[in-house]
Design a protein around this ligand. Structure first.
Ligand SMILES: [Fe+2]
Ligand SMILES: [Fe+2]
Length: 200
């Protein structure tokens, strides 16, 4: 039988009884777990294969194409990764998927990239809400927000365009190093206080 390395465990079964040593141990053991966040996200992307019944391409392909289009337009790595992960919430939070993607990236990106992701659903509405009885101009109430233009560009040029099976779209492997680099940033670091996306 293969030998399984014994991992030390904390002593407590309720948090208020944990010791300083317990919490130091938990913090040390959490480090490799935290470092593997991009691997879990990339694995989770697979769940997007079935979230767009009837689509010409599935949501997974849509995310790859959004990232590809962003890169083809010359966007920085932060926006490319935002494009890749912007719909990651679709398989578990179909009614507020934009919030999920925005919050996953929030500690690692500029506050404007966070805002863009959080509001992308409303901005995306400009391209089809008139066909489902909703107000397509709802984005107008954000016209004075400093991230308004970048969100118009993100949804108009990449997101709403990325349903085309004929577009030459790069595979997930291509984007994986970018995802790892963004998540290797210090969480809640200086980049989160920047007005615009940090450059590569
Ligand atoms: Fe979306
Ligand atoms: Fe999308």
């Amino acid at each position: 039988m293969a030998e399984v390395a014994e991992q030390r465990k904390v002593s407590y079964v309720r948090m208020d009884e944990g010791t300083v040593e317990d919490y130091a141990l938990a913090a040390a053991l959490a480090k490799p777990f935290m470092a593997a966040t991009p691997e879990r996200l990339l694995a989770f992307m697979e769940t997007l294969h079935h979230t767009f019944p009837g689509g010409r391409i599935d949501r997974y392909g849509h995310c790859l194409q959004t990232a590809t289009r962003a890169e083809d337009a010359g966007e920085c790595e932060e926006i490319i990764v935002a494009g890749l992960l912007h719909d990651i919430g679709d398989s578990i939070a179909p009614h507020n998927h934009a919030d999920v993607g925005a919050d996953i990236l929030r500690p690692y990106v500029s506050r404007h990239t966070y805002w863009m992701l959080k509001h992308h659903g409303i901005f995306q509405g400009y391209y089809f809400w008139d066909k489902i009885g909703k107000n397509r101009d709802e984005r107008d109430r954000y016209r004075d927000h400093p991230a308004y233009q970048m969100t118009v560009r993100f949804t108009g040029d990449y997101d709403q365009m990325a349903f085309d099976p004929a577009y030459e779209t790069r595979p997930i492997e291509y984007f994986e190093p970018m995802v790892r680099r963004i998540f290797a940033r210090e969480p809640w670091g200086a980049q989160t206080r920047r007005d615009w996306p940090v450059e590569n």
